[in-house]
Design a protein around this ligand. Structure first.
Ligand code: AP5
Length: 215
């Protein structure tokens, strides 16, 4: 099972991908998480990615395609994977198709998380993340048991550097300009499946499960 989760920043791709990954036993491949790990480790790749990410721009295609090429070659991807935040441009989608084709594989479904921009700003400004285990919270809608501390590993929660309102607005503009053309790309391949991402997380998960099993 190879799934692409497509949708604007804050639409809930990461939240749903984490749960789906645990339930189905296939890894979540998030290019955003990979890049943030590279930044935290201080690698050259991380230093260069940070310049793009802090402004809300996309990291160059060849960098993220390289990350995905290496990651999908790992053994835990043998039974499938969920791509969360990749591809984000037409050249990335074409590179993914070529990579998969060389292994006689293909994307089973591209799941579009549909939601209006207005909801996303408050979702993202309220998001708090655990940098150690990757768990995600929201200061109003998904609070940790103890304020500011991760339920799973008791690490202090932080606000992502790009979850500031001016950067969020830039990320939304970048999504509409560079990523939304992928909707047409996958629709024309007959594998685009849309879900209503404004619902509560459990309802979104139920829609996702239905849609993937019917696809
Ligand atoms: P990335 O990390 O991929 O961020 P994003 O796509 O902008 O998506 P987010 O992680 O912000 O949102 P999400 O949809 O996963 O929502 P979440 O579940 O967290 O990318 C960051 C940057 O890295 C990019 O800007 C770019 O620079 C670079 N990058 C990454 N991939 C790249 C690529 N392929 N090419 C080039 N550059 C790349 O939820 C958000 C909040 O809402 C949380 O607080 C959550 O608790 C809450 N929430 C979730 N679901 C619900 C719900 N149903 N109801 C209420 N609240 C909810």
């Amino acid at each position: 099972m190879i799934l692409v989760f497509l949708g604007p920043p804050g639409s809930g791709k990461g939240t749903q991908a984490k749960r789906f990954s645990v339930d189905r036993g296939i890894p979540q491949l998030s290019t955003g998480d990979m890049l943030r790990r590279a930044i935290a480790s201080g690698t050259d790749l991380g230093k260069s990615a940070q310049e793009y990410m802090s402004k809300g721009s996309l990291v160059p295609d060849e960098v993220v395609i390289g990350l995905i090429r290496e990651r999908i070659a790992e053994s835990d991807c043998r039974n499938g994977f969920i791509l969360d935040g990749f591809p984000r441009t037409i050249p990335q989608a074409q590179a993914l198709d070529a990579l998969l084709r060389s292994e006689a594989l293909k994307v089973q479904a591209a799941v579009l998380f549909e939601i209006a921009d207005g909801v996303l700003v408050s979702r993202l400004t309220g998001r708090r993340t655990c940098l150690k285990c990757g768990a995600m919270y929201h200061v109003e809608t998904m609070r940790p048991r103890k304020s500011g501390v991760c339920d799973q590993c008791t690490t202090e929660l932080v606000q992502r550097d790009d979850d500031r309102e001016e950067v969020i607005r830039k990320r939304l503009a970048v999504y509409h300009d560079q990523t939304s053309p992928l909707e047409k790309y996958y629709r024309e391949k007959g594998i685009l499946q849309s879900l209503d991402a404004t619902q509560a997380p459990d309802a979104v998960y139920a829609s996702l499960s239905r849609l993937v099993s019917s696809g």
